[in-house]
Design a protein around this ligand. Sequence first.
Ligand SMILES: Cc1ncc(COP(=O)(O)O)c(C=O)c1O
Length: 428
Amino acid sequence: MNNWTQRDKTAIWHPFTPLEAMEAPLVIDKAEGVNLYTPEGKRIIDVISSWWVNIHGHSNSYLAEAIASQARQLEHVIFAGFTHKPAITLAERLLEILPDNQDKVFYSDNGSTAVEVGIKMAFQYFYNKGISKKRIIAIDGAYHGDTFGAMSVGERGPFTEPFDPYLFSVDFLDFPEKEKEQQVWKHFKELVETDEVAAFIFEPIVQGASGMRVYAAELLDRMIALAQANDVICIADEVMTGFGRLGTLFAADQLSHKPDIFCLSKGLTGGALAMGVTTCTDKIQSAYRSSDLMKTFFHGHSFTANPMTCAVANASLDLLLSEECDANRQRLNERHIAFMTKLEAHSMVRNPRVMGTILAFELNTERDTSYFNEARHHLYPYFIEKGLLIRPLGNVIYLIPPYIISDEDLDYTYSTMLSFLDEYNDLF
Ligand SMILES: Cc1ncc(COP(=O)(O)O)c(C=O)c1O
């Protein structure tokens, strides 16, 4: 173990990482484009955009300059009683590109807080109106973050088990895979028609952490329509799907009925700094517009709307809305689709799928397919050794690369995936 790794082990507790019996983390000294570099100069292609955040690649000089020049001008200011131009510009620009019904922007720190804010906003909406609606609907397998509210509306399993007694109660729908659509619709209808449901929260069209699982936009559209007709607030968690991941700027662009609340993060800042955003309709705010102080939304964080973060989010939007980025997303989608035909022909592959810039498939195995399965112990080091950062979700292997990835790096990624499937055929 070199010195830095030892010092890391002594001082740091890493996320989602057992404290013992784990490979030492790799030290990364610098990054450029899709590449991460170790101090020894090993190149690792980041084909999962560092937990799905890094849409324009690493150390982008345009984003770096936005942070640096903002840091010299105004690095931070309390956001209650004060405001600043980068936050105002960003809010206006987000409202410009979000569906028309979105009317106000609330800033926070990350995806989990964006979700917490969304849930709290919905609950307090009814509280302020003096309406008693206490139930909330979510979808099995959901991942909305690691804070308590976000955990409550997410899949209950080994990750949440120690906290289960403290999580609030939620009505979970089965995941609406094709065969279950009818049944899910029936269950949903029964619930929303009770008049007791305040909110419905969902990852639109693709559920990320449960394994890049896709469900029908058409069904979600009908669910939103029915929910809204029954005064149920629809919260779209677009933390993963937002900012072009599914091809369109937001997943909701593929729906005709628009959610009431959006939760955003990850690609919002191009992955350079942490930020959460929750947006809502005029209808939601109407319950808060009052001279009664007790109707205030009492939520905030020390770093709310940090100016450097707003500046880099503005710069990231410049890149995202460029023709070049659009063409790159299109190219990525076409390349993934072409590769999918090769995956379809492979005996080790089940259910290959492409959603915009994401490609995913399951290993065709009868073995344990949980997050803790055997495959990940082989898969992760295999790809790292080959210079690729790929982290499986259970037995799901997926790519969610920065949009700027070159054809050459994509070809290398695809061929290495095929080599892995051939070499490890027997193991699974
Ligand atoms: C859909 C979704 N919501 C919320 C979160 C939580 O975001 P964060 O990790 O920034 O708290 C994630 C993170 O992966 C996510 O995929």
